[in-house]
Write a protein that binds this ligand. Structure first.
Ligand SMILES: Nc1ncnc2c1ncn2[C@@H]1O[C@H](COP(=O)(O)OP(=O)(O)OP(=O)(O)O)[C@@H](O)[C@H]1O
Length: 307
C-alpha cells in the first residue's frame, strides 16, 4: 500500500520540482510528481500513483481534492505544470494522439455534440478513431442495447434526460474498445438497472485485461466493484493499494473519513428546525389548513370533538 495516514504536510507547499522515483513502465498508468495549479491555487500537488493493468481502480476524495484535474492530465486534456504520466509505458505528452487511441475517456455532457442523435454520436465517435462504418454501426447497436437506449437511438441527445446523456457519453468512450477506460463519476444520475448493466460490462472488461479507472463519491460502490483504490486529498495520495489493504480490515468509508477528516463537530444549523422555531415563534409562511369535504377542522388546541 502506498501512503500513510498523516502523510500530508501541515503547511501545503507547491512541489512542482519534486524529485521522484522512476515511473513503472509495466503499469497501465504510472504517474510521478504530477502537479497543477490554477491562478496560484493548488489543484494537484506532486501526485504519484501506479495503476496495474487489469485493475478496476477507484479514485475517491472530497470535493475539490484534485481527482478530475488528475484524470484530465493523464488523458492528455490538460497540460501539467510538472511531473510525468505514462500510459502503458508511453509518455502522455510525447505522442498524445497515440495515447488517445489506447484510452477511452468519458466526455462531460457539455463536451458532446448534442444536436446529433444517440446513434449518430456513436458513429461519429467511432469514425473519428478511424473505425470502418459497418463495424461502428454494429458496435453502436450493441452499446445502445446494453445501455437501454435503443428506443432513443434516433432521438437528439439534447432531448435526453441527465441519466441517458451520461450513458451515451459512456458509450462513446467504449466504442473503439480501448485498453484503458477513464470514467469520471460514471454512475452519477444513472438508474439502478442501467448501473447494474454497466457494472457487469465494466467488470467483464477488466477481467479480460482491460483497465478501468473511475472517480466516485460512492464508497460502497468502490468497495464492491473496485480491486484497487486511491484516496486523494488536497492534491496528493493519502493512501493507495488494493481495496482490502486500504480499508485495513474496516469499512472503506471509515478509513476515508479517518484520512481525509473534515467532519464538523458542530454541524448544527439552529435555524433549520423544520418550522419548530427554538424561539417559540410560528413561521410566517405556515401553510393554511384546508378543510376537505366531510372533514372536521381542529380547534385552537388542535383537537377534533375534544379528542
Ligand atoms: N479550470 C479550472 N480553473 C480554476 N480552478 C480549477 C479548475 N479546475 C479545477 N480547479 C480547482 O482545482 C481544485 C481541484 O478540482 P477538481 O475538479 O480536480 O477536484 P475533484 O476532486 O474532481 O472534485 P469533485 O469531487 O468536487 O468533482 C478545486 O479547488 C477546483 O476549484
Amino acid at each position: 500500500m502506498q501512503g500513510e495516514p498523516g502523510a500530508l504536510p501541515q503547511e501545503r507547499q507547491y512541489q512542482p520540482q519534486q524529485q521522484f522515483m522512476n515511473p513503472d513502465t509495466g503499469a497501465a498508468v504510472s504517474i510521478r510528481g504530477l502537479a497543477k495549479q490554477f491562478e496560484g491555487k493548488i489543484a494537484v500537488n506532486g501526485l504519484s500513483l501506479d495503476i496495474p493493468i487489469g485493475s478496476f481502480y477507484g479514485l475517491v476524495g472530497p470535493n475539490g481534492a484534485g481527482k478530475t484535474t488528475t484524470l484530465n492530465m493523464l488523458t492528455g486534456l490538460l497540460v501539467p505544470d510538472a511531473g510525468i504520466a505514462l500510459i502503458l509505458g508511453n509518455n502522455v505528452w510525447a505522442d498524445t494522439n497515440h495515447i488517445k487511441r489506447m484510452i477511452g475517456v468519458m466526455p462531460q455532457p457539455d463536451q458532446i455534440f448534442d444536436r446529433l442523435t444517440g446513434m449518430q454520436l456513436l458513429i461519429y465517435s467511432g469514425m473519428l478513431r478511424g473505425m470502418a462504418r459497418a463495424e461502428v454501426q454494429s458496435r453502436a447497436q450493441d452499446l445502445l442495447h446494453a445501455f437501454d437506449l435503443i428506443d432513443a437511438a434516433n432521438t437528439m441527445v439534447s432531448d435526453y434526460s441527465a441519466g441517458m446523456t451520461k450513458k451515451i457519453c459512456l458509450a462513446t468512450a467504449m466504442i473503439h474498445s480501448p485498453r484503458i477506460l477513464v470514467l469520471d463519476e460514471p454512475f452519477e444520475s444513472v438508474d439502478p438497472v442501467s448501473s447494474a448493466n454497466l457494472k457487469d460490462i465494466l467488470i467483464e472488461y477488466a477481467q479480460t485485461g482491460g483497465t478501468v479507472i473511475i472517480s466516485s463519491h460512492v464508497m460502497s460502490l468502490v468497495e464492491k466493484m473496485c480491486t484497487h483504490v486511491a484516496i486523494i486529498n488536497r492534491g496528493q495520495v493519502a493512501a493507495a493499494g488494493t481495496v482490502h489493504d486500504v480499508a485495513a480490515g474496516g469499512e472503506l468509508e471509515d478509513r476515508f473519513l479517518e484520512l481525509v477528516g473534515g467532519r464538523h463537530q458542530a454541524a448544527h444549523l439552529s435555524w433549520l428546525d423544520g418550522g419548530n422555531r427554538g424561539d417559540g415563534q410560528t413561521p410566517q409562511t405556515q401553510m393554511p389548513i384546508q378543510q376537505m369535504p366531510g372533514q372536521q377542522m381542529p380547534n385552537a388546541q388542535g383537537t377534533v370533538n375534544g379528542r
